[in-house]
Design a protein around this ligand. Sequence first.
Ligand SMILES: CC(C)(COP(=O)(O)OP(=O)(O)OC[C@H]1O[C@@H](n2cnc3c(N)ncnc32)[C@H](O)[C@@H]1OP(=O)(O)O)[C@@H](O)C(=O)NCCC(=O)NCCS
Length: 138
Amino acid sequence: MSLTIRRYRPGDQEAVVKLWEACQLVVPQNDPLKDIRTKIQFQADLLLVAIAEDRLVGTVMAGYEGHRGWINYLAVAPDQRRRGIAKKMMASAENKLRALGCQKINLQVRRTNTTVINFYRTIGFREDDVISFGKRLS
Ligand SMILES: CC(C)(COP(=O)(O)OP(=O)(O)OC[C@H]1O[C@@H](n2cnc3c(N)ncnc32)[C@H](O)[C@@H]1OP(=O)(O)O)[C@@H](O)C(=O)NCCC(=O)NCCS
């Protein structure tokens, strides 16, 4: 399988939203179009897509705020899973964050999402002894 991991382009928008829907990543509190629009104003080169045989099959959104790196919207099309696509996208995202000076990546996953928990453990992430807080500003 030929796989390309590259930066998001405007023409990818529809396929990205469809992928996020297929991966159940679209929830009422997040507007995917707004999330894409906002991201391409901040570190646009950290929104990556995976292309296999001309089809958009994966995404990962990374971010760096000067101290820690963050990962969101990691997704692989259901029929393309267990082929190492997420692992390759994460390697690209990690390289980009490292190049910016990032020393550690943080991320949040739902406790019930055992697939993604297993995935992150496999690629070297470990659970931190922290409570995750959040506050909505809008
Ligand atoms: C999590 C996800 C991105 C993994 O994508 P993927 O391309 O299938 O992952 P990879 O093929 O790179 O997996 C690498 C390794 O992770 C582990 N892994 C991945 N999926 C797993 C699963 N369902 N169960 C157990 N281990 C798993 C395995 O060790 C795997 O290696 P192996 O296939 O050689 O055993 C994908 O399942 C997905 O899109 N899930 C829905 C979206 C989601 O929940 N995203 C996270 C939001 S926080």
